[in-house]
Write a protein that binds this ligand. Structure first.
Ligand code: MN
Length: 254
């Protein structure tokens, strides 16, 4: 099995090295990661300038590794183009959780999504890094465990995995979707110019069975995702209640 390993924290992240070490137990690994940090870049792609890659300055225990002047989604597109026949894309281990609404902003998850868009399985891994540095040696067996479990089911094409600091077990979960408190916090730079930080925090406690709940309770959260965002319920309702004319004649303003 050929595995492409990427992330959004950049080629120098210890989380990338940890994920590559685990991936090497499952197959042949090629590492293709952004040359600088791309956290919160979401699923953006580089469309207004050319992409290029260079051999990585970091040595990953004999694994092939390259850095790209682009986003996580770019790394997957370019990496799977250059390294032929990639079977699986792994992204992470992100230094910071990607739970609930963070999925919308996450570059880590975008890399896995990009794989799925290209017809390749994609799995994202994240862990908290706020209160303490992640202990990757401790986490690696849990990553390996999650990965073998996920690879058993061929139907799982896109999965979001979040690991707590010290996991006690694993749980299948759903994405916690709630409104969050998005705050703009003003500040000032040393030259007296105004600047702003955009911060988000959840407004409500985590729902049982959700990704946030699992990680808060010490479990590795495994969330199967899909690309289709269509609201089936709403579509069904409007189809029944509000049929729209197939041929539309715009009203002429007087
Ligand atoms: Mn990141």
């Amino acid at each position: 099995m050929k595995i492409l390993v990427t992330n959004d924290d950049g080629i120098y992240s210890p989380g990338l090295a940890a994920l590559a070490r685990v991936a090497a137990k499952f197959g042949e690994v090629v590492i293709v990661a952004p040359n600088v940090e791309q956290s919160s870049s979401g699923h953006s792609i580089t469309a207004t300038r050319p992409l290029s890659y260079k051999k990585s300055p970091i040595i990953f225990e004999g694994m092939e590794a390259y850095k790209v002047n682009g986003t996580p989604a770019d790394c997957v597109a370019l990496g799977t183009h250059l390294a032929e026949k990639v079977d699986l894309v792994l992204s992470g281990i992100n230094m910071g959780p990607n739970l609930g609404n963070a999925i919308w902003h996450s570059g880590t998850l975008a890399a896995a999504k990009q794989a799925t868009l290209l017809g390749i399985r994609g799995i994202a891994f994240s862990t908290p890094a706020k209160d303490a540095e992640p202990d990757f040696e401790l986490l690696e067996p849990f990553v390996a465990n999650a990965l073998s479990l996920l690879l058993e089911d061929d139907g799982l094409r896109l999965v979001n995995v979040n690991l707590p600091y010290r996991p006690v077990g694993l749980k299948w979960t759903r994405q916690s979707v709630q409104f969050y408190d998005g705050q703009i916090v003003p500040g000032e730079d040393p030259m007296g110019r105004k600047h702003y930080w955009f911060t988000v925090k959840p407004l409500d406690p985590a729902e049982p069975g959700s990704d946030r709940w699992a990680v808060e309770n010490g479990y590795v959260s495994l969330t199967p995702l899909r690309l289709d965002l269509t609201s089936d319920e709403d579509l069904e309702r409007v189809l029944q209640k509000q049929p729209v004319p197939e041929v539309f004649t715009p009203a002429v303003p007087h």
